[in-house]
Design a binder for this molecule. Structure first.
Ligand code: CP
Length: 317
């Protein structure tokens, strides 16, 4: 596995999904599947990354991504260290570059960053010698979320992505999850439909390799999966939506609407969910829901990412 890792994983950083070839993607997903098996054992710890250090630098809030990277690192026996914006010298005005150079001087193997600025992860990757993982940058990209979503769908669909239909529903305009998922899943042959009110569709969406809908019933019809996105209420001051009740009436995934999809259709949500706004509570908790499978997949996928990045240069010694 060690020599294989060196040849199949050439990347110092993981910044977005479009840097991965199909072989690299499959290698990452297969590696995640091996780690998923470890997560089901009574003793969920292996010495694979003993002696490696991972810094989690989250300048925006996170529950799933931060915790799952922390759990992932610890289950591989890496030492993980967390820094949040609150309580750090970012609050005293230290720049992102100086913060990152300071962290790098502590000689981590991987730095995981979440930041509100699109491009923040690339900015650091270009300046730091350690591996950099983009854990979400502005509206730009959330590659580890797309990879865990792909992993979750693979558990249901196997390797038959070609010709499947996925409806992504909700606040597309502000969604880095949508952007990374569109890139990744269309590259595997999935037909992606985006559904949102016009004010929550991104500028230039006509150039994306997707079908665009404003009518949810039409968008969901015969879909193999529906991914609901969080309405980013903190970004709604701009008056993009006149009324949340109206939004919920038109864009909430309800049992009646899910019946329009294929009978075996699955539902995804990256979280955190606004129950009753973009997803009915009964759907979030239904057998068709993959929401908690996504969380479990997140640990396995992030274990794979940390492993591939941290062992890239030394072949896993
Ligand atoms: N999906 C996701 O990124 O969730 P968190 O913001 O909780 O990390």
């Amino acid at each position: 596995m060690q020599n294989e890792t060196r040849s199949l994983w050439p990347h110092k950083d993981l910044l977005d999904v479009d840097q991965l070839s199909k072989d690299e993607l499959l290698h990452l997903l297969d590696t995640a599947a091996q780690f998923h098996e470890i997560n089901r054992r009574p003793v969920k710890k292996v010495p694979t990354l003993k002696g490696k250090s991972v810094i989690l630098f989250f300048a925006e809030p996170s529950t799933r991504t931060k915790t799952s990277f922390d759990v992932a690192g610890k289950r591989l026996s890496a030492d993980t260290f967390s820094l949040a914006k609150s309580g750090s010298s970012l609050q005293k005005g230290e720049s992102l570059k100086d913060t990152a150079l300071t962290l790098e001087a502590m000689n981590p193997d991987v730095l995981v960053i979440r930041h509100s600025s699109s491009g923040a992860a690339r900015f650091l990757a270009d300046r730091l010698a350690c591996g950099v993982v983009n854990a979400g940058d502005g509206w730009h990209a959330h590659p580890t979320q797309a990879l865990l979503d792909c992993y979750s769908l693979r558990q249901v669909w196997g390797d038959t992505f070609e010709g499947r239909t996925l409806c992504i529903l909700g606040d597309i305009a502000h969604s880095r999850v949508a952007r990374s998922n569109v890139k990744l899943l269309t590259s595997l042959g999935v037909r992606v439909r985006l559904c949102a009110p016009r004010t929550l569709l991104p500028a230039g969406v006509g150039n994306w390799p997707v079908e665009v809908f404003t009518d949810l019933d039409a968008a969901v019809r015969d879909a193999d999966a529906v991914m609901c996105l969080r309405l980013q209420l903190e970004r709604q001051q701009a008056g993009l939506l006149p009324d949340l009740r109206e939004y919920s009436n038109r864009y909430c995934l309800t049992p009646r609407r899910l019946e329009l999809a294929k009978p075996e259709a699955r539902v995804l949500h990256p979280g955190p969910m606004n129950r009753g706004l973009e997803i009915a509570s009964s759907i979030a908790d239904a057998p068709a829901s993959l929401v908690l499978d996504q969380v479990a997949a997140g640990v396995a996928t992030r274990m794979a990412i940390l492993f591939l990045l941290a062992t890239r240069t030394d072949g896993g010694r």
